[in-house]
Design a binder for this molecule. Structure first.
Ligand SMILES: Cc1ncc(COP(=O)(O)O)c(C=O)c1O
Length: 391
């Protein structure tokens, strides 16, 4: 259906950014009023809050009791690099990527750590690598949900339970919205800024028993900055995983994360969070199926992300354009949506194919996604009309 006039309904909240993501419904600064501000994070009040953030994360994500959960510096990137720098090099490493954040971990392993024995497996945007080629007796670094391509792991079936290597999984845009098979994952990282709509700056580093065993039995040959160090005298610093952070956290961000966790619990926990995100993807799918001008970058539903939903324009008038023109077209559509105040930050990631990326995580309301999609149709038609006028 061609949408030439502006739709009558606007999303109540136009925030569809893939990070920082929309705050939870009903959030206001009032949620932070109990923050332990101006107090030491090592005082009882601060330590209690940090420990609660860890305990409630375990609760909501069903993290096994023998996995450690730490709050670490530098958001998800900090958590991933802390794991890579601390654990890799003991054996060969396979690094797997299918979009730009995964490619960043490839670059870390190859160009920065310069690992002696490293293999890399990369797939194009919209696709996923063939995990049959990956050797899980080596260490494997991968991203569960590729935020810039909207491609996720279908499940953990490709990962053997009796693997000899460690699996290091960047799950930042998956945690709280997709199932994470803990028995297949030795290291999991994420940031508060994604599915829960928290703040960036702090990372969550979750370590399974085999990762801890590696930390205590292996010392990398390269130097480790203080903010990466998790052991002392060959033993794990257990305090890190009880809320005794390596350096000073923001108690304002901690309060905000506690608020997000409480919301998640209140609405029904992980199943409810996942269901909200799935319903959002469904709303996009319903519109795409009924309107021929858009398609998913991830054509295969089994690997299609329900959080970072990446779309491209499939209309023949657009696909006939040059690559630069297609990029300009997509940017033009995103700008119209932003100018109308109906969708903020929905342009595709800079390294990804031109298109739109609509965050559909748990904090986004399905009614807002439903209200947005006809606006996408309107912006598309308006952009096409401007192409015709320029011709
Ligand atoms: C898959 C993935 N990894 C890493 C990052 C970096 O996260 P942060 O900026 O929280 O460190 C992002 C951010 O969008 C991401 O989507």
């Amino acid at each position: 259906m061609t949408q030439n006039s502006k739709p009558g309904t606007r999303p109540a909240n136009p925030r569809f950014s893939s990070g920082p993501c929309a705050k939870r419904p009903g959030w206001s600064l009032e949620a932070l009023k109990d923050a332990a501000l101006g107090r030491s994070h090592r005082a009882k009040v601060g330590k209690t809050k940090l420990a609660r953030a860890i305990d409630e994360t375990r609760d909501l994500l069903n993290v096994p009791a023998d996995y450690r959960i730490g709050i670490v510096p530098a958001s998800d990137t900090g958590a991933v690099e802390m794991a890579m720098w601390s654990l890799l090099g003991e054996r060969g490493t396979d690094v797997v990527a299918w979009e730009s954040f995964g490619a960043g971990w490839v670059s870390d392993a190859v160009k920065q750590l310069k690992l002696a024995d490293v293999r890399t497996f990369e797939a194009a945007y919209g696709e996923i690598v063939d995990f049959a080629e990956v050797d899980f007796d080596r260490d494997v670094v991968f991203t569960w949900n590729g935020t810039t391509s909207g491609v996720k792991m279908p499940n953990g079936d490709a990962i053997p339970s009796d693997r000899k290597g460690l699996t290091i999984c960047d799950a930042t845009s998956a945690a709280f919205a997709q199932d994470l098979p803990w028995d297949k994952l030795d290291v999991v990282t994420f940031s508060w800024q994604k599915v829960m709509g928290g703040e960036a700056a702090h990372g969550m580093l979750i370590l399974g028993p085999r990762a801890v065993e590696r930390l205590e039995s292996y010392t990398p040959s390269w130097p480790l900055p203080k903010i990466f160090r998790m052991t002392k005298g060959g033993k794990l610093i257990e305090g890190i995983f009880k809320g005794e952070t390596i350096n000073t956290p923001s108690m304002l961000c901690v309060e905000d994360y506690l608020d997000a966790l409480a919301w998640g619990k209140r609405i029904g926990g992980l199943e409810a969070l996942k269901a909200r995100s799935e319903a959002n993807l469904q709303a996009v799918e319903t519109y795409v199926e009924a309107n021929g001008f858009l398609g998913f970058l991830a054509a295969d539903k089994a690997i299609r992300s329900n959080t970072s939903v990446c779309l491209q324009f499939t209309d023949p008038d657009v696909t006939a354009l040059s690559a630069d023109e297609q990029a300009a077209f997509a940017k033009g559509v995103a700008k119209r949506l932003e100018d109308e105040g109906v969708a903020l930050d929905v342009g595709a990631y800079r390294d990804a194919p031109p298109g739109l990326r609509i965050w559909c995580g748990a904090t986004v309301e399905t009614a807002d996604v439903e209200a947005l999609m006809p606006w996408v149709g309107w912006a598309f038609e308006a952009q096409k009309a401007s192409l015709r006028m320029a011709a």
